[in-house]
Design a protein around this ligand. Structure first.
Ligand SMILES: CC(C)(COP(=O)(O)OP(=O)(O)OC[C@H]1O[C@@H](n2cnc3c(N)ncnc32)[C@H](O)[C@@H]1OP(=O)(O)O)[C@@H](O)C(=O)NCCC(=O)NCCS
Length: 181
């Protein structure tokens, strides 16, 4: 089954990415303030072809629970960011291999920071993950990414200290286990 299950909160709709969202994806990921803490060697997106390719990859994800959602503001019908639930790679030589754990993550446009949207969307996906039977969800952040660490805490993930277990980099680790654990 391709595509993600749509989710809803009081203020947000989390839905599948559509090809016509490429302009927003480029605007989001071409910003250094968005990319600077993402991955091992952050790079900004360069052109709309890369955004279109990213959307194709997201839409092709075929997993019963995992997903990459477009987060839209319900009242203004505008896109605000990305919410991710996916397998997290283990540390090791490239190509990165799956660790067997599932991570949650968030990338929001700076115009929409400071309103609780990332936390609201994160909470909805965390609830959905546990309702779908996942035993554990982790989140990792760069040690300097305090904004993302605050989101982790706000949605109930517990800080476990630092780890080099994932992505071949030192990260702050947050996790929560569900009823299925
Ligand atoms: C990480 C990121 C998503 C955090 O965004 P954010 O908007 O600060 O997070 P939240 O949605 O939790 O919003 C919380 C802020 O909104 C404020 N807020 C305003 N109205 C609110 C409401 N109704 N409900 C909750 N919070 C509200 C809170 O006080 C808080 O502000 P503070 O941090 O100054 O205390 C954002 O910085 C980002 O996209 N960064 C770039 C990508 C990135 O680094 N991703 C993480 C990789 S690990």
């Amino acid at each position: 089954m391709n595509g993600v299950k749509s989710l809803e909160t009081e203020r947000l709709i989390l839905r599948q990415w559509e090809p016509e969202d490429a302009g927003f994806v480029l605007d989001l990921y071409s910003r250094w303030e968005v990319q600077r803490f993402i991955g091992n060697s952050p790079q900004v997106m360069a052109d709309v072809a890369q955004a279109e390719e990213r959307i194709r990859t997201w839409r092709a994800m075929d997993h019963p629970v995992d997903g990459i959602w477009a987060v839209e503001l319900k009242d203004r019908k505008v896109l605000a960011g990305t919410l991710l639930l996916k397998g997290i790679p283990a540390s090791g030589p490239p190509p990165l291999q799956p660790s067997g754990d599932t991570e949650i993550g968030w990338h929001f446009h700076p115009d929409f920071w400071g309103h609780g949207y990332a936390s609201g969307a994160g909470r909805a996906v965390l609830d959905y993950a546990f309702a779908s039977g996942l035993p554990k969800v982790v989140a990792v952040t760069a040690p300097a990414n305090t904004a993302s660490q605050k989101v982790c805490i706000r949605i109930g993930l517990r800080h476990q200290g630092q780890t080099a277990r994932y992505y071949s980099m030192l990260c702050e680790l947050f996790e929560l286990t569900g009823a299925a654990a």
